[in-house]
Design a protein around this ligand. Sequence first.
Ligand code: SF4
Length: 314
Amino acid sequence: MANIWYIQVNRYCNNQCHFCSNPSNWKNISYKRGIELIDDFIKRKYHWIIFTGWEPTLSSDLSKWIKYANKKWINCRIISNWMQCSNIEYVKELKHAWLNLIHFSLYSYQEKVHDFLTDTPWSYRKLIKAIQNSLTEWITVQLNCVINKYNQNHLDKTVKFIVKYFSQIRHFVWNNLDPQMMRQTKIALSTLPDFDIASKSLLKALNFLNSTNRTFRVERLPLCYMRWFEWASTETRKIVKDEERIVHFLDFRDSFQELEWEHERWPECDECDLRWICAGLYEKEKYYNYVKLIPQKLTKEEKEKIIKKIKSEN
Ligand code: SF4
């Protein structure tokens, strides 16, 4: 089991993504609080600390926490928009703290689409520079992407672009949009994806990555929209492996231990052979009420194959 510990270190950002699920409240944690959380992590014998935020690189204590965790032999990584890492000196500071893995968020290979979604001019160019800087410093880079209306038809093209120009990147993560916590503006709500269109380009992307021996995960997408790659669903893997994660939010949710991975089940799910490993559809009633769930039929062998694949991997 790979239990994960997310620490939100702040709640402000230098991007303004329309669909951000952790909008700013201007809170942050002190250096001392960060150390307490890392020590608590060590006691609980978790496997990974992920520093997140709205934007963890805006915390002046980030490299100190990373260094402290590394001295205790704890694996840590950060999830970031990487605007700060367009500055090579900052990347060197993180490398000096022994950071060896980052996730960066790229929404599209099209500069206009990425900058529109981040609501921040030049964010695409800074991100590309940040990727170059990180790879130059031998930091492992992984790609995160939020599936939404504006990138839903070219998820595969974005992946092919990255593989062409940054072939060292071997792992990709897609998150289906979380509408509950995002800003409720007209533009933000316009980003809700069409699942049929998104599924087509996502499946092309997954097939491509599979053919190049790269790895990937997909979060918050019902399994009926990622058939044949059920084993790559984050929630399905956690259900099968009985994993947990703790998230330290800097809002009303506070410390939140996730042990249950199911979202919401609907009558269609009762007829589906995937229901025992599918988390269902998140926020169907309020936001995703236009999405049609499609019950699936699987043979016993197909079911066993999914479980076997998940259990054989970390
Ligand atoms: S019909 Fe329901 S249980 Fe079946 S794959 Fe879709 S969301 Fe999951």
